[in-house]
Design a protein around this ligand. Structure first.
Ligand code: AMP
Length: 225
């Protein structure tokens, strides 16, 4: 007799910088009790604590370029091996290349379907949002609009991300179009791929996303994709 596999909710958030992936991933993960895994957060933490990874990654991140696939696949492979991902996870910022997307399929083979959400936002809106974006200089959390100067978690000072400067943002968007946008084609034929209009108030995006992910996951009904 084969044991039924417990349904897991494995989610990938796609979209350019400023699309709202981090905010929406955080909300979805909290609502569904899943770990949110943000490769950008993992790298920024490594930079702040000054680990070997952080020292090696800092210059590349500051230029708005991508860290090598092998390093990133290693980081995510280790993270997905932790027991808290057994019921699923929400990935934010990974995969960012087709090589990473292919590797992710291998990493989660047999762990249930992967729901992929692509958040679509026009470029001029992204540029406006990135210029206004602030994070906490102490704990690194993304600042929601209602925090004006200090962090609501640790009282730290709100700052602009070093890679949110105008020149770097243009480079990051270029990198997105060249290296990350092809992932949309990689996933778009799958029955668990969903596009979401991210150019609307965050709460509306949250509602749409929740509906889309739950529906996609139900449709897949545990089938291997
Ligand atoms: P994010 O916070 O997702 O915008 O990521 C910030 C920076 O971290 C990116 O501009 C890249 O330099 C690096 N990074 C994050 N995730 C990845 C990834 N999956 N592959 C390569 N580089 C990454």
């Amino acid at each position: 007799m084969t044991r039924p596999i417990a349904a897991a909710l494995n989610v990938v958030m796609l979209g350019p910088p400023g699309a709202g992936k981090g905010t929406q991933a955080e909300r979805f993960a909290r609502t569904h009790g899943l770990p949110k895994i943000s490769t950008g957060d993992i790298l920024r933490e490594a930079v702040t604590t000054g680990t070997d990874l952080g020292r090696a990654a800092k210059a590349t991140m500051d230029r708005g370029e991508l860290i090598g696939d092998e390093v990133m696949i290693g980081i995510v492979g280790e993270r997905l091996a932790r027991p808290d991902t057994e019921r699923g996870f929400v990935l934010d910022g990974f995969p960012r290349t087709v090589t990473q997307a292919t590797a992710l399929d291998g990493l989660i083979d047999g762990r249930g379907p992967l729901v992929v959400v692509d958040i679509v936002v026009p470029e001029e809106v992204l540029l406006r949002r990135l210029a206004a974006r602030r994070i906490c200089g102490s704990c690194g959390v993304n600042a929601p609009i209602e925090w004006t100067t200090t962090c609501g978690v640790c009282n730290g000072e709100l700052v602009t991300r070093t890679d949110d400067g105008v020149g770097i943002v243009r480079e990051r968007l270029k990198v997105y179009h060249l290296q990350t946008a092809p992932i949309v084609n990689f996933y778009s034929g799958r029955p668990t791929f969903r596009k979401i209009d991210g150019n609307q108030p965050p709460d509306q995006v949250t509602t749409l996303m929740d509906k889309a992910i739950c529906q996609a996951s139900a449709v897949s009904n545990g089938a291997r994709l």
